[in-house]
Design a protein around this ligand. Structure first.
Ligand code: NAD
Length: 482
């Protein structure tokens, strides 16, 4: 029977090392008196193998949506066979836009080259290349669409600043690659600047992702909170977790407006599954984040302190065990026993946990901006063509001129006509730009007319992209070399 102040949560034991680390975590939470009612669901490998390519069935969805809090062990995504990553599906279907990954070192008790590291990576969780929209367009070329939206940027960046304020962090750093992706990463950076200005009490800076990742791996102490699009966040959070001591140490929270999901950042580690050697700390730290989220800070503090005692005393699983520094090598379940037997105690050297009670991070609803003036300036038509000389293609494409004219051809983004270089390597995938030569707006009817003419001329069009200006500002990139 459910008691009044108990919260029902959905739990999935997952695959690989999932069941053993989840067992350890559930035992610790129960011993700590967590006020939880557990509802278990089956997701992952068994469900995939049973013929469900999404890896999750209706009853599991119902449970998660009803309870709104989901503690999930890692699952194995079978290779090939058209199986979609369940993690991505869960995050996106449930609108879990923010992925929070605190990566802190526990020096000198866990070996790390970065004793003062304490970085939280806040990763956008729904967009970017993870939209999963991919197409093969020609024999030689496939594409993946990178989608970045203003609401997506505003939500995650505001979340990062609110998080920094709530957890008394000093600085938020933005990692992007807007020197190359001026429109997608450029939007993320622009929104970062706008929102940073609303938080004058918090320092902010921006980095290009390549040097940022290098500095994060070398001198993580210079970063505090990092906010970044999905793919970069995926990569840098694994780097940050690993250099803090072990990928087995970090937990993560996936936060949405209605539902929240908590998990370790690592995967199901099939090679070490079933051997009682995996470190349950990543999932345990995710569970601590969950307890904070549902207002059970007293239990979260008790578990965190007991865990810190175990780490301080050198009772370590294999992944963090260091000869001469660790005192006892333990398995997954003995590690859990050690935490349980230290509940109620406080660490001597590591920080005593103190979580803010009754304070919740509040996010305003996204407000759509007033409509901007949108003008059609031309069209990019993508063509599958097996020839080699762009001048020959241009001569054929100029026959389609129709109030708008062929102004440029690029191959993989590089201008090859007019005035291309022989040295430029060309594939069978050509982007052909039609615009008015005087900069006037284009009549939308011209576009299907060009397409129809192309069919008559036996030109193989793969797709088109309209070229727009928004409030007079060009909304598309130039060709490289243009
Ligand atoms: P992995 O994180 O499972 O393992 C990487 C390395 O870290 C391995 O050497 C492993 O032994 C070690 N490791 C991971 N967790 C550990 C722990 N708790 N204690 C000790 N050592 C640990 O990554 P992978 O091998 O790339 O992926 C394996 C499977 O997990 C794949 O099917 C992948 O799709 C899946 N995966 C799931 C999630 C998730 O469910 N959130 C995340 C990542 C990968």
């Amino acid at each position: 029977m459910k008691q009044d102040n108990f919260q029902t949560i959905t739990v999935a034991r997952g695959d690989g090392i999932g069941p053993e680390i989840m067992d350890a975590v559930l035992r610790i939470m129960e011993a700590a008196g967590a006020r939880l009612q557990i509802e278990e669901v089956e997701i992952g490998e068994k469900v995939y193998r049973g013929g469900n390519t999404s890896g999750i069935g209706q009853s599991a969805w119902d449970s998660i949506r009803r309870n709104r809090v989901f503690l999930k062990a890692p699952i194995t995504t079978p290779q090939g066979g058209g199986y979609k990553s369940l993690n991505v599906t869960l995050r996106k279907t449930l609108g879990l836009f923010a992925n929070i990954r605190p990566c802190k070192s526990f020096s000198p008790f866990i070996k790390t080259k970065h004793p003062d590291m304490d970085v939280t990576i806040i990763r956008e969780n729904e967009e970017d290349l993870y939209a999963g929209i991919e197409h093969q367009q020609t024999d030689e070329v496939v594409q993946c669409l990178k989608l970045i939206s203003r609401p997506g940027c505003e939500k995650i960046i505001r979340y990062a600043f609110e998080y920094a304020r709530l957890y008394k962090r000093k600085k938020v750093s933005c990692f992007v690659k807007d020197n190359i992706m001026k429109h997608t990463d450029g939007l993320f950076h622009q929104v970062f600047r706008e929102i940073a200005a609303e938080y004058p009490d918090i320092e902010s800076d921006s980095w290009i992702i390549d040097i940022a990742a290098a500095r994060l791996a070398d001198t993580p102490e210079m970063f505090d909170v990092v906010v970044t699009p999905n793919l970069y966040g995926d990569v840098v959070s694994d780097i940050a977790a690993q250099i803090s001591g072990s990928v087995g140490l970090a937990g993560s929270a996936n936060i949405g407006e209605r539902v929240a999901m908590f998990e370790a950042i690592h995967g199901s580690a099939p090679p070490i599954a079933g051997q009682n050697i995996a470190n349950p700390s990543g999932l345990l730290r995710a569970a601590i984040m969950m307890l904070n989220h549902i207002g059970q800070q007293d239990i979260a503090e008790n578990i965190k302190n007991a865990w810190s005692c175990v780490i301080e005393e050198g009772i370590h699983t294999e992944d963090i065990y260091t000869e001469g520094q660790s005192t006892q090598l333990v398995g997954t379940s003995e590690f859990a026993d050690a935490v349980i037997s230290r509940l109620g105690r406080e660490p001597k050297e590591l920080k005593v946990a103190e979580y803010a009670k009754g304070v919740q991070l509040r996010m305003p609803r996204y407000e759509r901006r007033k409509n901007v003036r949108k003008e059609l300036k031309g069209v990019d038509i993508f063509v599958d063509w097996k020839g080699m000389d762009p001048n020959e293609l241009a001569a054929r494409l100029q026959k389609l001129n129709n109030g708008i004219e062929l102004t440029m051809i690029t191959n993989r983004g590089v201008k090859v006509w007019p005035n291309g270089f022989e040295e430029t390597f060309c594939t069978d995938h050509w982007r052909c730009r039609y615009e008015t030569t005087n900069g006037d707006n284009v009549d939308k009817k011209a576009i299907p007319q060009i397409m129809a003419k192309a069919i008559e001329e036996d030109i193989d069009i793969i797709k088109s992209e309209n070229l727009y200006a928004f409030d007079g500002k060009r909304g598309y990139s130039l060709g490289q070399g243009q």
